[in-house]
Design a protein around this ligand. Structure first.
Ligand code: MLT
Ligand code: MN
Ligand code: ZN
Length: 298
């Protein structure tokens, strides 16, 4: 039992199907014609006994129930030692409220993301006597769980939707949107569920990794507009798309990464339909389309 990563939820905010959405994919998922997906989260371990959960999704209760490896090992004890946040978005923090039943763990995030949580008194539902909040500096490696070293680094993104002001910087580099480098047994994986652009620095950082879990929110930047489901492009939401000259398929094409896995996929994304030409194109470019419960060994 070495380094393992389990996708707890492969969908972006809303999930598949989303409660109020009647788009093609959500209808297919509701009918059982394509797999349903819960919202954005990854669990990692280096020994099979001590786990970290990366992002606490609103679906965490169902995700833990579906994961035997994360089942309780005692009367009020699960093998989750830490919960690490990559941003303050609702789909990544709302699940913290589910984790309030006196389970001890370390809640890890940048100072900037902790400030967002600290400004909201509802998160005091996590009793400070059992949940330790620890600030993690960018670019400084730390022990995430036994045998697994993590490093946070800034990626282009934006502040959470509920903190957007009049003007929004969508390619902000700082503490509000981070990626995670994970290293165990001399092997390296990255978790980057939200990213507005693959900069040269970021590409160099990822090159040579055993596995990368990457932002797969949209296939095309204007997908939600064209489907009549919203007014925002992917770029406006702080997400680079999969397809096109600016997309992640092209941006990753020259990189040497053994396993490239899309996560945080919006329910409108056509790759979520097995047999779609878009899925075939992504897979032909070497991408794995993430799914709930999928385990990757970096
Ligand atoms: C995102 O990934 O863009 C956000 O989770 C959107 C949201 O807050 O609903
Ligand atoms: Mn999201
Ligand atoms: Zn939908």
């Amino acid at each position: 039992m070495g380094f393992r990563a389990r996708i707890l939820g492969a969908a972006a905010g809303g999930g598949l199907p989303q409660w109020n959405c009647g788009c093609q994919n959500c209808r297919l998922a509701r009918d059982g014609a394509i797999p349903s997906l819960t919202q954005s989260s990854l669990a990692v371990t280096a020994n099979g006994r001590d786990w970290a959960v990366l992002n606490a999704s609103p679906d965490i209760r169902a995700q833990l129930t579906a994961s035997r490896a994360l089942a309780p090992t005692g009367l009020r004890e699960v093998p989750i030692r830490s919960v690490l946040l990559t941003n303050g978005d609702v789909d990544h923090v709302a699940g913290l409220l589910t984790l309030r039943e006196m389970q001890s763990f370390s809640l890890l995030a940048t100072a900037g993301i902790h400030a967002v949580l600290n400004a909201n008194p509802i998160f005091t539902a996590l009793n400070p006597a059992v949940v330790t909040r620890a600030e993690v500096a960018l670019d400084e490696p730390f022990a995430l769980v036994p045998g697994l070293v993590a490093t946070l680094f800034a990626v282009p993104g934006k502040v959470p939707l509920y903190l957007e002001g009049e003007t929004v910087e969508t390619q902000l580099i700082g503490e509000q949107t981070v990626g995670v480098r994970l290293e165990a047994d001399g092997r390296t994986a990255f978790y980057i569920p939200g990213c507005a652009a693959l900069t040269g620095d970021l590409a160099a950082r990822l090159d040579g990794a055993e596995a990368v879990f990457f932002d797969g929110t949209l296939w095309t930047d204007d997908e939600m507009l064209r489907l009549g489901l919203g007014t925002k492009t992917g770029a406006r939401m702080g997400h680079m798309s999969m397809s096109g000259p600016e997309g992640s398929i092209t941006a990753f094409a020259g990189l040497n990464i053994a396993q490239k896995v899309y996560v945080h996929m919006n329910n409108t994304n056509p790759v979520l339909r097995p047999g779609s030409p878009e899925r075939a194109e992504a897979e032909a470019a070497g991408w794995i389309i993430g799914a709930d419960g999928l385990e990757i060994t970096p």
